[in-house]
Design a protein around this ligand. Structure first.
Ligand code: SF4
Length: 359
């Protein structure tokens, strides 16, 4: 009987999806695709990847770019720390490695934002290093193949390394991920069409759907912000920039205050240094799910008599607003306030929500 890796690779060769980063062999392209694929499905990543590579075709182009533009191109993919880290990493590759990525997983891991998984993926796919790349898909396949209820990371890595085809390590890693994404799926694995079915212990014991055991997640807390969309007589609006580090770091947003302990909507403190002209419109709330909490934004649109100096902020026209790195939820608020509208060229974020593009 063929070894597991032979069956897996034969299946991969016949069934792998045609994705733009496959078979390129360029460490930069592999790296960008892997960063984008974290938390996001391959099908959703493709248009972002194409746009990105058209604008930043190599690590030097990314390193030289302004962070603002990098964040803008990332808009809609979420988890913006990945974009900031990618930018920093590119600068380190440019400045500390002569513009060439290190070729081993160990050295790749020393770069900002590159963890064990991404390092292994780049090292194996672009440089042929025989090192297993373990993501959630691979962990699931390994847990099922060996009927392991809750294998620790080191065991998954060792088992995957034991299965690996050392002649084609990159293809092996991609094949494991592809199997997990297309066949050995979380809730209803397609064991009937799986190339590894004959060797799969969980299938034999009827426990495939229970491997690995699912951890109960605590429900994410909800946090509420009151948001003010301030509009001046010149039709400009005030936006402020978030601190460079932390959640949505470096991106722009409308001024907001977090509402604690169910504070009343009418009593919210808000940065209004000028009297309003009377036009205050409450806008529908916007909900956005982050990895560790759900944000509810309660926006209102306020027309003021004059603009004022704002050290942390900037008054921008709707057209300038469309060009800022504005997170998806803020784009929705801007759309509801009539400052951005759905335009030709609008695209969808990973949750299937249409983004607001330049008016
Ligand atoms: S036989 Fe089923 S459970 Fe086992 S690896 Fe294949 S799809 Fe997954």
């Amino acid at each position: 009987m063929e070894a597991i890796h032979e069956r897996l690779l034969a299946w991969f060769d016949a069934h792998k999806r045609d994705l733009p980063w496959r078979g390129v062999g360029d460490p930069y392209a592999v790296w960008i695709s892997e960063v984008m694929l974290q938390q996001t499905r391959a099908g959703s990543v493709v248009p972002y990847y194409r746009r990105w590579m058209a604008r930043f075709p190599d690590v030097g182009a990314l390193a030289d770019a302004d962070l603002e533009e990098v964040l803008r191109l990332w808009r809609g993919l979420g988890y913006y720390a990945r974009a900031r880290n990618a930018h920093r990493c590119a600068q380190q590759v440019r400045d500390g490695h002569g513009g060439a990525f290190p070729s081993s997983a160990a050295r790749l891991q020393a770069l900002p934002g590159i963890g064990p998984y991404t390092a292994a993926a780049v090292a194996s796919i672009a440089f042929g290093e025989a090192v297993p790349a373990v993501d959630g898909n691979v962990r699931r396949v390994v847990a099922r193949l060996f009927d392991l209820p809750d294998p620790p990371p080191a065991e998954v890595r060792d088992r995957a390394a034991g299965l690996m085809d050392t002649a084609r390590p990159g293809d092996f890693n991609e094949a494991m991920m592809e199997l997990g994404a297309l066949v050995c799926t979380p809730r209803s694995p397609s064991c009937g069409t799986c190339p590894l079915a004959a060797a799969c212990r969980a299938r034999a014991t009827g426990r495939a759907a229970d491997r690995p055991l699912r951890r109960r997640r605590r429900p994410a807390p909800t946090r509420i912000w009151d948001v003010q969309v301030t509009v001046s007589p010149r039709g400009r609006t005030l936006v402020v920039r978030r601190p460079r580090e932390g959640l949505l770091g470096g991106m722009w947003e409308f001024p907001a205050v977090e509402v604690k302990d169910g504070a009343d909507r009418g009593a919210r403190p808000m940065r209004i240094a000028e009297p309003t002209t009377g036009a205050v419109v409450e806008l529908p709330p916007v909900t956005h799910r982050f990895s560790h909490f759900t944000a509810v934004y309660r926006p209102r649109r306020v027309e003021v008599a004059a603009e004022w100096g704002e050290t942390a902020g900037r008054w921008v026209t709707p057209s300038e607003l469309a060009d800022l790195a504005l997170p998806v939820a803020q784009q929705r608020i801007a759309g509801a306030a009539g400052l951005l509208r759905r335009g030709r060229g609008g695209h969808r974020d990973q949750g299937g929500t249409t983004l607001f593009m330049r008016a």
